[in-house]
Ligand binder design. Structure first.
Ligand SMILES: [Zn+2]
Ligand SMILES: [Zn+2]
Length: 198
């Protein structure tokens, strides 16, 4: 398994436009962070975890290969803002997007032009697949959703093999702990240091 951290920044990215704080003014490359997304390569399949507004910039640095699935943790803009930029990947086939049903509905509302009949030819071909907290399979790769609490907002993390991607999590319901046993990699890409930031 290969895990590529495409972005680990806060919702504004780091640096934040106009911010004068020491981190945003720093020249350290570790203080240049794009919005959250991870690319997992497993058994020849490419699975994208979240699709950030920086998706285009992130993927220009990766080989152009079919995306076998796009998993969304929640509907906040910093995790879904790049969905329209999936257009080039529709050359391989329709892009399969997996998310909880409320998130699928939010995507339909935000990108209505992708889902109406008689679409403009330049729009991305996205297929929304509602998920529950039960495991599901993408091209032979098992995905296990994990309930996380983003403050009061229920969202999901994903376990793939012995890797778990947990973002924006403030608390984890105890009933989910057993799904996190025996991990080799836990990727808590964006933890809350301030619950007012998303
Ligand atoms: Zn700052
Ligand atoms: Zn969020």
């Amino acid at each position: 398994m290969e895990i590529i951290f495409l972005g680990t920044g806060t919702s504004t990215g780091v640096p934040e436009i106009g911010c004068q704080c020491a981190v945003c003014q720093s020249n350290d490359v570790r203080d240049k962070r794009l919005r959250c997304s991870v690319l997992v390569k497993m058994r020849g399949k490419n699975i994208l975890l979240d699709c950030s507004p920086d998706f285009r910039q992130q993927m220009l640095l990766q080989p152009f290969e079919k995306l076998d699935g796009v998993l969304l943790t929640h509907e906040h803009y910093d995790h879904v803002g790049g969905l329209d930029d999936l257009r080039p990947y529709c050359r391989f086939c329709d892009v399969q997007v997996y998310a909880e049903s409320n998130v699928c509905e939010a995507i339909r509302t935000r990108l209505p032009y992708c889902f109406r009949e008689n679409r403009y030819s330049g729009t991305p071909n996205l297929e929304l697949n509602p998920i529950s907290l039960e495991p599901f399979i993408i091209e032979g790769v098992e995905i296990l959703p994990i309930r996380l609490m983003h403050g009061h907002l229920p969202i999901v993390g994903f376990r793939i093999g012995n890797m778990a991607y947990l973002t924006d999590v403030l608390t984890i319901p105890e009933t989910e702990y057993e799904k996190l046993h025996n991990l080799d990699y836990c990727c808590p890409v964006k933890l809350f240091y301030n619950k007012n930031l998303g």
